[in-house]
Design a protein. Structure first.
Length: 122
């Protein structure tokens, strides 16, 4: 994060910088991440998770083009929500960094519940 930058602002900036299609940047909104798996755990205390979801107009356009039964492409590009995997931005209270967590489709090889931002080395 830049000096004085709030986590949500940093996430929007990083998303914009890494999303070549600027129409997606304009048509996707930052929302709290909700894991769709029934056994999903909540974020530990002091952490918040976010993703980018399409606005209503983009969602409607994409649904009209979608073939039933197909898994759609990520509606907000590579750095937003993905319908067939787990990925999100994560913030930690008091930290000066944000994380982008891409756990993938299957059981991850790490426990994303235990990620921590360590203090800067001296």
């Amino acid at each position: 994060m830049r000096a004085g930058e709030k986590p949500e602002v940093a996430i929007k900036r990083v998303f914009s910088e890494h999303t070549p299609d600027k129409s997606l940047v304009a048509r996707c909104r930052l929302e709290p991440y909700k894991d769709e798996a029934p056994e999903a755990k909540r974020a530990p205390a002091g952490m918040a998770r976010y993703t980018f979801l399409p606005n209503a107009a983009l969602k409607k356009e994409l649904e009209a083009k979608q073939d039933p039964g197909d898994i759609p492409e990520p509606p907000c590009g590579d750095w937003g929500y993905t319908p067939d995997g787990i990925q999100y931005f994560e913030t930690h209270a008091g930290a000066s960094k944000i994380l982008f967590v891409r756990a993938g489709q299957d059981e991850p090889m790490f426990d994303e519940q235990t990620l921590r931002i360590l203090p800067k080395a001296k």
